[in-house]
Design a binder for this molecule. Sequence first.
Ligand code: MG
Length: 378
Amino acid sequence: MSLAKYAALSQHSRGRRHPEPDPQGRDQYQRDRDRIIHSSAFRRLEYKTQVFVNHEGDLFRTRLTHSLEVAQIGRAIARNLALHEDLVEGISLAHDLGHTPFGHAGQDALNECMRDYGGFEHNLQSLRVVDLLEQRYAEFDGLNLTFEMREGILKHCSLNNAKQLGDVGERFILKQQPSLEAQVTNLADEIAYNNHDVDDGLRSGLITLEQLKQVSLFGDNLAQVQQRYPDLQGRRLIHETVRRMINAQIVDLCQQSQANIDRVGPQNIDEVRQQGRLIGFSPAMAEQQIELKRFLHKNLYQHYRVNRMSAKAKRIVRSLFEAFIQEPDLMPNEYQDRAKQDQTHALARAVADYVAGMTDRYAIREYQRLFTVEEREL
Ligand code: MG
């Protein structure tokens, strides 16, 4: 399928930090996407928490299945708008590579630990993984991805950090937008987590159908399903509702975004970057999204049983961080070497890299290895 003139066209890419020959048999963004899938950080997503800690149950989303759902939704939108699907897929699969173990609780704890050492932001860490921490290629650190893939991975960033990032940080200083592909991925992420958190929330029993009926996006679609299938119950009823919600959001997003693009008429990706945000929901759908998010916040993310998991997760992350800061020689050699580099806060950053890279179960095991003693081990 031919791409729109305002899509990210591989032949117009701003290129890679370390110049490489053009790929053969695939374009630049396909190569980027393939590199992401082969990275070790990508494989670790399987054992990282989305909302529910990995060992709570086999059916809940993990960071990996979340990322796959983002890619699926993102590709559907990209194809509809004649944007570059492989770029959207790559950004989707990489967007959470920098996430700590234990979801947002882990990230908040690590950010607190790093307060005096430049902080910790998971978006910036995703970029750090693909720019530096993956060690696979002879000629460069990281995956040496294109500018457009890196631009998309760096969804937010503080102004202070943006200043230190060079080209990829510039848009935060100039208040410009990224490619339409990056904008699509952002909203595909939202669509994915709002809907799968409804599904996982119901499965866990922390939220109920009765409560969700009050939320208009869910309630409207549930009413449609019940009208068509009056006897439908249980998982099928939930799934029929959630799939309609996802579809309604994708259709709305495509229609509104195409209208925004047509109104402004960008001739190329650089003109896209100069405009305000062009990918977005209609005002009515945006309002419904906010209502759903508020509901999930109050009733799921702040549920006392989730809070208990979060509190425990934070204690683990904090304890690991403190142990390694006090005794760096407890870390594997590659992180000890990183800690000795001639950079400000090199030790703290090396510890953050090590802890952030852990899966949930690795962090739990590491915690047990460091803090529990069994008689037979002595
Ligand atoms: Mg995400």
